[in-house]
Design a protein around this ligand. Structure first.
Ligand code: AP5
Length: 242
């Protein structure tokens, strides 16, 4: 199956799997901070031609542009708390109104609690759309702490590295941009612990929520990034074939 997919991609170009699978596929990646949602969402978006919608990335973009929304979000993010639902939902619905969202999307970091999941479901129904698949990236808390404290990102292109698991080729410089990598302020150990608490209290109940809707699948997020990507593509392919 993998060989067939690679052959198709070689023949048709990097985004060929899009049409080979299904256009309009809408999926959400669930998982704790550091589970690999961002890493995998970028890969899936690229391989399947989907819009990657990361609420964390959107908040960070507002933060760096100094917008009012960014100023509001900063207080919550630096404390490891959730940004209020009304602010988050308005930002997400606005992004999903972009023309490129019509080709399908992969959500990363959203929804984050039951209120967001229910509001999102209502909005999707009003737009005549639905979520096709929710995948939990399962990773133990002890692994998450190591991943988050070793994560570095490029301030220019937002590429993600890990000092041990996926280091840059030279020192702590971005492979693409050559600029020094930075640590996210909320990746400091004390904030990481609070983010994990918030995840277990507020976000983990979404696992049961999507299981009840019959669209939940689980992937071992402790496997290599490449193995996780293949597992995810396999799930997408399975849903597309339904
Ligand atoms: P957000 O940016 O969404 O952070 P998060 O959910 O805490 O997730 P992370 O980005 O930390 O981790 P990830 O799962 O994407 O892992 P990654 O792929 O980077 O949110 C930040 C803050 O914004 C929140 O705390 C909140 O304040 C606010 N916010 C965001 N959304 C919100 C919402 N909907 N409502 C309210 N507030 C919201 O990987 C982590 C590291 O591990 C990397 O170094 C990577 O290289 C490495 N790695 C990845 N996969 C593997 C692997 N398989 N093996 C080894 N290493 C790996």
């Amino acid at each position: 199956m993998i060989q067939r997919r690679e052959e198709a991609a070689l023949l048709l170009g990097p985004n060929a799997e899009v049409s080979a699978l299904r256009s309009g596929m809408n999926l959400v990646l669930l998982g704790a901070p550091g589970a690999g949602k961002g890493t995998q969402a970028k890969r899936l978006a690229d391989r399947l031609g989907l819009l990657h919608l990361s609420t964390g990335d959107l908040f960070r973009a507002h933060l760096s542009q100094g917008t009012e929304l960014g100023k509001t979000a900063r207080r919550y993010m630096e404390a490891g708390e959730l940004v209020p639902d009304d602010v988050t939902l308005a930002m997400v619905f606005d992004r999903l109104s972009a023309p490129e969202a019509a080709q399908g999307f992969v959500l990363d970091g959203f929804p984050r609690n039951l209120a967001q999941a229910e509001a999102f479901e209502r909005e999707m129904a009003a737009r005549g759309q639905r979520l096709d698949l929710a995948v939990l990236l399962a990773v133990a808390d002890s692994v998450l702490v190591e991943r988050l404290t070793g994560r570095r990102t490029c301030p220019q292109c937002q590429a993600t590295y890990h000092l041990v698991f996926s280091p840059p080729a030279h020192d702590e410089l971005c492979d693409r941009c050559g600029v020094p990598l930075v640590q996210r302020p909320d990746d400091r150990p004390e904030t990481v612990m609070r983010r994990l608490e918030v995840y277990h209290a507020e976000t983990a109940p979404l696992i049961a929520y999507y299981r009840r809707r019959g669209i939940l699948r689980e992937v071992n997020g402790e496997a290599s990034p490449e193995a996780v990507t293949e597992a995810l593509l396999g799930l997408v392919e399975g849903v597309a074939g339904d």
